[in-house]
Design a protein around this ligand. Structure first.
Ligand code: SF4
Ligand code: SF4
Ligand code: SF4
Length: 272
């Protein structure tokens, strides 16, 4: 039973968040929302332990589609970074701000970039593309993410400062158009650089939060040096070019790890 501790812990963490927010905000939505996400994540980890090949993808689809279709399109919550700025500026501590706080700002201190591996609706689509393992060396254009981050902030600030009306409706269209652009650029870059996760590596502005916070992550893949025979198979399958055999927090591309466990599956010596 010990091997099922991780899905149980994840479920307990999400249920604690669900119940706390439900009681403090007196809104059943939070109980439903975080219970659903917690169950989806725990199910994925449980299936992974049972060695089901598509475990991570199931969680990714369950959470990604829920966020994109239900929260984004049906409930009109802009869950993109612009939505985060918008709700932050209006002082409304609602779904989008709570989502960012849990999944992308404070959560990564515990589960690193688990969001990127198990929940993001952009990667949910990109992971269907053929280049699961990058076929070209990493490019030196990661600075684009900071430009995107500033653009999103300037865009929402300009809306507030100019005093335009119907910002809610603008935010909904920004969510829709932003997602279409993200998918378009993500798919283009995946084929251009022969790397499904090129968008994550160079463009995504959310990594400006995710990278520094996941540096301190409690959950991380570690290498047992006594078992490792330096065969390099782990690095060959990594979609994010992480030097996973180095246990230091400063390891190469360490803050890029999406906890997909491909390296763990590939290791012939059970060293990870
Ligand atoms: S880096 Fe951005 S696009 Fe990629 S999985 Fe993470 S949040 Fe999604
Ligand atoms: S293959 Fe391993 S090191 Fe690379 S992203 Fe996945 S879990 Fe992290
Ligand atoms: S696959 Fe395993 S044995 Fe090979 S280098 Fe990686 S950790 Fe070491």
């Amino acid at each position: 039973m010990k091997k099922y501790a991780l899905p149980a812990i994840m479920l307990a963490v999400f249920e604690t968040i669900a119940i706390s927010l439900w009681l403090t905000k007196d809104d059943l939505f939070y109980l439903f929302n975080f219970s659903y996400i917690g169950i989806s994540i725990s199910l994925g980890i449980f299936l992974y332990i049972r060695e089901y090949k598509h475990a991570r993808r199931i969680t990714q689809l369950l959470v990604g589609l829920y966020m994109l279709v239900y929260l984004g399109l049906i409930c009109n919550e802009n869950m993109q970074i612009e939505g985060f700025w918008y709700y932050l500026f209006t002082g409304v501590f609602e779904a989008a701000t709570i989502h960012y706080a849990v999944a992308k700002i404070f959560g990564p201190l515990l589960f690193g970039r688990g969001w990127c591996g198990y929940a993001c609706w952009t990667a949910m689509v990109l992971d269907f593309l053929p280049y699961k393992v990058p076929e070209q060396p990493r490019k030196n254009i990661g600075w684009i993410r900071y430009v995107m981050f500033v653009i999103s902030l300037v865009f929402v600030s300009a809306l507030f400062l100019s005093g335009v009306g119907h910002i809610e409706s603008i935010m909904f269209w920004a969510f829709l158009i932003g997602n279409i652009l993200y998918y378009g650029v993500g798919i283009f870059l995946a084929y251009r650089f022969k790397d499904n996760r090129a968008f994550c590596k160079y463009i995504c502005p959310i990594t400006v939060f995710l990278k520094p916070m996941s540096y301190f992550s409690v959950l991380r893949i570690k290498c047992d040096k006594d078992k490792c025979v330096s065969c390099g198979k782990c690095k060959k399958v990594c979609p994010m070019d992480v030097d996973v055999t180095d246990n230091s927090r400063k390891r190469k591309n360490g803050t890029e790890c999406i906890l997909c466990f491909e390296c763990v599956k590939a290791c012939p010596k059970d060293a990870l």
